[in-house]
Design a binder for this molecule. Structure first.
Ligand code: ZN
Ligand code: ZN
Length: 138
């Protein structure tokens, strides 16, 4: 288990955050939006409450792209490093696992939007449940 608070940040180090919890769930998203956003085949993130995450440096660098339908995508405006997504309704965050400084203590447990998965990279045969669209609630 990681020591708390956990820490993380963007590529250039301008944005730094701390997280007071060990998250419970993480997932891969294969949607087209995540492919465009990351330049890769999928994005992996963990769900946390906004109350548990503090930006401790570089808050002024955090930029957000907020689509009309869906979670806002937050990133560093200086280096472009992905940080988290934000649910406009609940404020919940999806912190990108690659933004953590060390092992965040959670493992991805499902894959969603696999109907849109990149043709050029096979989804690993890792036994995780797959959902064509968003994972159904519950
Ligand atoms: Zn940065
Ligand atoms: Zn996605």
């Amino acid at each position: 288990m990681p020591d708390l608070p956990q820490s993380g940040g963007c590529l250039c180090g301008g944005v730094r955050f701390e997280l007071d919890t060990v998250p419970e769930t993480a997932s891969y998203c294969h949607c087209t939006r995540c492919q465009r956003r990351t330049g890769t085949a999928a994005s992996v993130q963990t769900r946390v409450s906004a109350d548990d995450l503090r930006v401790v440096a570089g808050e002024e660098l955090v930029r957000e792209w907020a689509p009309a339908d869906g979670w806002a995508k937050c990133f560093c405006g200086r280096c472009g490093g992905a940080l988290w997504s934000r649910d406009p309704e609940t404020g919940a965050l999806g912190v990108r696992l690659g933004a953590f400084d060390s092992d965040p203590g959670v493992r991805p447990s499902y894959r969603q939007y696999v109907a849109y998965a990149a043709a050029w990279e096979q989804i690993p045969d890792d036994g995780l449940p797959r959902f064509d669209e968003r994972r159904p609630p519950g």
